[in-house]
Design a protein around this ligand. Structure first.
Ligand code: 13P
Ligand code: SF4
Length: 310
């Protein structure tokens, strides 16, 4: 298939033709962030999907995110440039095992992090994201026992912040669990003026060095209002693109992973490319298709999250 020279122009033309909106997560390649109508964290992207007037949503992120947009917009065409853009965290929680775990704890309320499949959402009472998890748990009566899935690191952080005991599913994100505490401490010693800012999906031994912990949007807002000029960023390095755009005079250092690979880039997020975006829009495929029974069951805990996040 012929690929046009100017992909930016070709994508802009297709966007008009399809009446499409392009939603992107901060972990996408900078080029992809630059073609988006809206860039956000998981909560912001869900809210954007609810409010969107377009006929087609082109989702530049991973599968569970596009699936969430489809849960909220069953009548829109939701396109994902690469269906293999999965998520190690979502994969760490298979629905059959989770259903058995839930059945062992019938009195527990199930709060699931949005980084999970539609099947897991359908087994949950409330969905949360890294930006509203603490606030949502705080709204649940103290005597109510809670299962928190699938991220044990976010779960432990939320437990510490709320003083609540949470029954945790043992899942984790491959990007956030691989940051090296030793290298982080060394980096801080050579950059004593830098603030360490981290995502709550990181392990406890890394989070304890953080000056600020937040969702991607939380981290971006923090660097904008902070007096500091230097930051060590302990999350997927794609988020630095918007930080640098918002505050060009500040310096951002991506935190190092344990080995010398580019593990602070999410291999799933980075499967999307400009060329694939063009082909997806041209072919109106691949699209997200969901079983209607699962979609309706997954919608309820999503709606509870959106109501509890106002
Ligand atoms: P947020 O952008 O909601 O903080 O999520 C981070 C993440 O890991 C998404 O996959
Ligand atoms: Fe999943 Fe982690 Fe990649 Fe986010 S960064 S999509 S949680 S594997």
């Amino acid at each position: 298939e012929a690929i046009p020279q100017d992909l930016f122009a070709a994508i802009a033309d297709l966007k008009k033709e399809l009446n499409a909106v392009i939603l992107a997560h901060y972990y996408q390649d900078p080029d992809l962030q630059d073609i988006a109508d809206y860039i956000g964290d998981s909560l912001g992207l869900s809210q954007a999907a609810v409010n969107c007037q377009a006929d087609v949503i082109v989702f530049l992120g991973v599968h569970f995110m596009a699936e969430t947009a489809k849960i909220l917009n069953p009548n829109k065409l939701v396109l994902l440039p690469d269906l293999d853009a999965g998520c190690s965290l979502a994969d760490s929680c298979p629905p059959d095992r989770f259903a058995a775990f839930k059945a062992e704890h019938p009195n527990h309320l199930v709060i699931s992090y949005i980084n999970c499949s539609a099947e897991i959402k359908a087994l949950s009472d409330i969905i949360c994201t890294s930006s509203n998890a603490v606030a949502i748990v705080n709204q649940i009566p103290k005597e109510q026992p809670i299962i928190f899935a699938p991220d044990r690191n976010l779960g432990r952080y939320v437990s510490e912040q709320t003083g609540r005991e949470l029954l945790l599913w043992d899942g984790a994100c491959m990007v956030h669990e691989i940051f090296s505490e030793r290298k982080l401490v060394e980096l801080k010693l050579s950059h004593p003026q830098a603030d360490i800012i981290a995502h709550p999906e990181c392990e406890a031994n890394v989070l304890r060095h953080a000056d600020f912990i937040g969702s991607t949007t939380g981290l971006l807002k923090y660097v904008q209002k902070s007096d500091r000029e230097e930051f060590i960023v302990v999350t997927e390095s794609g988020v630095i693109h918007q930080m640098q755009k918002a505050t060009p005079f500040k310096k951002f250092i991506p935190a190092p992973p344990t080995s010398n690979c580019a593990c602070n880039e999410c291999p799933y997020m980075r499967l999307n490319t400009l060329e694939k975006v063009y082909l997806t829009m041209k072919n109106r495929s691949p699209e997200i298709i969901l079983d209607e029974t699962i979609r309706q069951a997954a919608l309820k805990p999503m709606q509870r999250m959106l109501e509890m996040s106002i």
